[in-house]
Design a protein around this ligand. Structure first.
Ligand SMILES: Nc1ncnc2c1ncn2[C@@H]1O[C@H](COP(=O)(O)OP(=O)(O)O)[C@@H](O)[C@H]1O
Ligand SMILES: [Mg+2]
Length: 222
């Protein structure tokens, strides 16, 4: 499904150049459940943003569904970002004034989906993550674990082929984190969803099929 090879990325901060990725390789097959681990600041989010088409590498090649991303036009990049990829973050990023249902419907606004259909589809996703009974609650009326479930429903609503989760359990207590991990495993096993999860938690990584470690600008199979 995706193939990164020799990916480099540096940041210029004032007079200093930070070489964060120095030639990282990664391949992810359809149906993989992959954990990315590594120290804070090692470049995990940097490579995730490249995988998610939110950022571009300085050099190296990235093929998504057999096609080099350098060949994508800007509108094709945003289409791929919106249609192929579902994002889940540590801090949920739900809109506070909107209900769980409205939050999940949001990605469908940018498509030509009739409102009634969007609503039905969003409801189905809330059901899938065990949150149908909270559809009309606002985020501040939900626990952290429940908010993350809603965020996962939002990531799934557009029927992506890839879920990218950047420390999805980082803000949750371990018991709730385990629940969220069960949900990812379920999506992977039952629906064959391809999932990449950044985590600091070895007990989360242990439950993934593969773990790669980011260190010194490279990714290594654990
Ligand atoms: N936009 C940016 N400008 C400058 N430095 C950045 C930027 N984004 C990330 N960095 C630096 O790159 C390093 C890697 O960041 P990141 O990929 O977020 O690490 P991780 O997710 O592994 O904790 C960090 O040292 C961070 O400060
Ligand atoms: Mg990070």
């Amino acid at each position: 499904m995706l193939e990164l090879s020799n990916i480099s990325k540096s940041y210029q901060v004032g007079p200093t150049r930070l070489d964060i990725l120095k030639g990282a390789h990664l391949s992810v097959a359809k149906g993989d459940l992959l954990a990315i681990m590594g120290k804070s600041g090692s470049g995990k989010s940097t490579i995730m943003n490249i995988i998610g088409l939110l950022d571009r590498p300085d050099s190296g090649s990235y093929h998504l569904n057999q096609r080099a991303i350098e060949q994508y036009q800007d509108d094709e990049l945003s289409a791929a970002r919106n249609e192929l990829i579902g994002f889940v973050f540590q801090s949920f990023y739900l809109l506070p004034r909107q209900s769980a249902l409205e939050n999940v419907m949001l990605p469908l606004r940018y498509r030509d989906s009739p409102p009634a259909e969007s609503k039905e589809r969003a409801m189905m996703m809330l059901e899938k993550v065990g949150m149908a009974s909270r559809a009309h609650h606002r985020p501040n009326e939900l626990s952290g674990g429940q908010r993350q479930r809603v965020a996962i429903a939002r990531a799934l609503v557009g029927n992506p082929s890839l879920i990218l989760a950047d420390e999805p359990t980082g803000a949750l207590d371990p018991r709730v984190g385990k629940d969220i991990m069960n949900l990812f495993i379920d999506l992977n096993e039952r629906e064959g969803m391809t999932i990449v999860i950044i985590t600091h938690d070895p007990s989360i990584a242990e439950r993934c099929q593969r773990t790669v470690i980011m260190a010194d600008g490279y990714l290594e199979e654990a």
